[in-house]
Structure formats: C-alpha cells, structure tokens
Design a protein around this ligand. Structure first.
Ligand code: FMN
Length: 381
C-alpha cells in the first residue's frame, strides 16, 4: 500500500482518481473552428501516458463570442463532440480521467497567442476573423490599455450565456468527459462579473457582492442540472484578482460556500487576470505561490481544493497534499517540461523496480534499463 499522500486515490462522486495529480488547463490556440484535432490527441494523450490522474483541457469556448483567441477549442456546436470523443477515449484507454474546462472570455475575448505578443486584437481584426466575435461584459469598462470597451450585456445576453454553458456541459457529457471545470478566473466573463472594478451594473447582476456573484452561481446551477449527477464539477477561481479594490479571499470564501450549495465539488485555486492593473500588482511568483489560497479556501469551507502554480518538485507536491493545504495539485508548465512528471514523481517518492505503473509496452524495457544502470552503479561504488 502507498504511504504517499500524493499517490493516494481520491473519490469525487462516482469518479475515482488514481492519484492527486492533475494537468492544469493550457490554451493551445490550435483548434480552427473550435474542433479538437490530432494536436489535442497527442498533447493531452501524452499526459495520460505520463501518469496524471486527471487531464484538464484548455479553456474551451461555450460560444464563438466567448473565444479568447481565434483558434480556441470549442463545445458550442454538436459537431465539436465527435473529435473531442476521440481524445477522451484515448485518455481513458491509458488510465486517466479527463475534464473539459468550459470558458467564456467576455471582455477579454480577442487576444493573440503569447508567442505572437499576447496583446489585444482590434475590433476590426476580430470581425475579420469572425463577424460573431465581439467583446461583451457586465459593464462598458475595458479590460485595460489596448482593449476596446465591451458591450454591456443585456438581460437577454445573460440568459443566453447561462444556456450556452449548460448546452456545452451536455455536449461534454456526450463526448464522455468525466469532469467539467467552470472557468470563473483570470478576468474572463464570470470573473469580470464578480469584481466591483469591472461590474458597475445596478440591476440584479451587479451592485452588492450577492448581485455580482449571481451570474457565476446561475451558471454553476444550470451546468449542475445539465451535467450527470454522478459526475463531478470543478470550478476555477481567481481567489484574489490582485487589483486594488478588487475581489479578495473573503469574497471567494463567500462564493465557494454558495458554489458548494450548487453542487460544485472541487475549487481550483488560481489568482489574477482581471485587468492590466493586475499585472502591476502580481501575487509574487515563488514556488507554490497560490497554495495559501487553496489552504485558506479549504479550511474555511471544507471544500476539496486543487492547488496550482509553480508546483515543480515531487516532495513539494507531496507536502501540499499531506499537510492538508489541498486535495489535488495541478501542474501546468512543469507538465510541458516533463509530460511524465507524475511517473517520475512516483519513482522519486516510492520507487518501483518493476515500473508497474508505466505502460505495458515500455515496462519491460525500463526494467532492463534499470538493471544496466544498477550494475554500472554497483561497479562504480
Ligand atoms: C501554455 C499555457 C496555457 C494556459 N491556458 C490556460 C487556460 O486555458 N485556462 C486556465 O485556466 N489557465 C491556463 N493557464 C494557466 C495554467 O493552468 C496554470 O494555472 C498556470 O500556468 C500556473 O501553473 P504552473 O506554474 O504549473 O504552470 C495556462 C498556462 C500555460 C502555461
């Protein structure tokens, strides 16, 4: 039996995760028309082979309006289901669970990939890419310098977005996903409703904290109703948005208590992203820089939390779970650096000379490799 907290299984509703390691959502800008393709099969499939318990997709748009970049993955159309199902089936065949992160960019729609500079597209560039692609938000407040002012959403726009999240969740189920993660962080649509800096509405979706939380809670409730009751629901929050006068830890704790009542099972604790101003006031990026948020949210609410952000060392990850800061750790860039990070972490924490958790096609070769290495080491000693 495993004595490692990181490699202990975790049951969430009907899903049994084999360990506590999750691949964090990572935007690929590689899905023209919103369709998953061979890139996603290999990119996400390799993380299943690498031993993660749960692989999360990149932010996947619930509508063409809600795309962050032009080539975001999508689940806004039934035609998106079949290509996703191929990815899901491959990941399942290799022992991992897979979740889709559902997102709507809101006023932060229309940005270039980071390797192209990451800046905002002009409205003309967005319209040229797709006439449906426009910036919408709670109020006519731009996301920052270089960003155009979004159209303040009408009541009908809000109803439409809630319905789009629910429809995307139904498609996610049809594709066989095990988990839906709602992307309520990083300044995108739901986060922009939460913050008093971006939400200046005076109707029921603005004003008090209760009003600003209404959209997020409605989405969570409608998605929960559309998503099978035995499948778990994750939610990513920017626990603090990092802006002066913005959304903070106490606000997140109040929101999480209500998200729990809506049937959200796991809170993925991220931070930042609301405005350009956030960039001037970053949460300092040390090792495990967002772990304290996961710990605070977990201890205040009892919800399962997922920690993320510069989790890079097996012992660091082990300590996060063993100390009760979080129930799960998500790795992003570290998984890009080493897609086999979970298996390597396992080798570091509880070495198995039989390589029993490695793929059958590789296992015997790794055993033979190890014999040679051990013999060479013995000769050198
Ligand atoms: C290439 C890349 C793309 C990302 N795309 C998303 C995304 O689609 N949704 C999201 O919530 N976070 C996204 N993030 C943030 C990561 O999920 C993660 O929270 C962040 O990178 C910190 O974790 P790390 O230090 O392990 O990389 C992205 C990060 C990277 C590196």
């Amino acid at each position: 039996m495993s004595s490692s907290a990181l490699f202990a299984p975790l049951q969430v509703r009907s899903l049994c995760l084999k360990n506590r390691i999750v691949i964090s959502p990572m935007m690929q800008h590689a899905a023209p028309g919103g369709f998953a393709n061979h890139w996603h099969l290999v990119h996400l499939g390799k993380f299943a082979l690498g031993g993660a318990a749960l692989v999360l997709t990149e932010s996947t748009a619930v509508s063409p309006v809600g795309r962050i970049g032009r080539d975001d993955a999508g689940l806004w159309d039934d035609a998106h289901v079949a290509p996703w199902k191929e990815v899901v089936d491959f990941v399942h065949a290799h022992g991992a669970a897979i979740g889709v992160q559902l997102g709507h960019a809101g006023r932060k729609a229309g940005s270039k990939a980071l390797w192209e500079g990451g800046e905002a597209l002009s409205e003309a560039q967005m319209a040229e890419a797709d006439p449906r692609w426009v910036r919408i938000g709670p109020s006519a407040v731009a996301a920052g310098e270089g960003w155009s002012v979004p159209r303040a959403m009408s009541g009908a726009d809000i109803e439409e977005v809630v319905a789009q999240f629910a429809a995307a969740a139904r498609r996610a189920d049809a594709a066989g996903f095990d988990v839906v993660e709602l992307h309520f962080g990083h300044g995108y649509l739901a986060a922009s409703f939460l913050s008093p800096l971006s939400n200046l509405r005076t109707d029921e979706h603005g004003g008090s904290r209760e009003g600003r939380m209404r959209l997020a809670l409605r989405i969570a409730r409608e998605v929960r109703a559309a998503w099978p009751g035995d499948k778990p629901l994750w939610c990513r929050l920017s626990v603090v948005d990092g802006a002066v006068g913005g959304w903070g830890v106490e606000d997140s704790i109040a929101l999480v208590r209500q998200l729990q009542d809506c049937g959200v099972d796991v809170i993925d604790c991220s931070s930042g992203g609301l405005t350009e101003q956030t960039r001037a006031l970053p949460v300092p990026r040390g090792l495990g820089f967002q772990v304290p948020f996961a710990r605070q949210v977990r201890s205040a609410t009892g919800v399962l939390t997922q920690a993320v952000g510069m989790i890079v060392e097996p012992r660091q990850a082990e300590e996060i779970v063993a100390s009760g800061a979080a129930d799960l750790v998500a790795i992003g860039r570290e998984a890009l650096y080493d897609p086999y990070w979970p298996l390597h972490a396992q080798a570091a924490l509880q070495p198995d000379p039989q390589f029993g958790d490695w793929h059958l096609r590789h296992r015997v070769w790794l055993q033979k490799r190890q014999l040679v290495l051990d013999r060479l080491k013995g000769a050198a000693d």
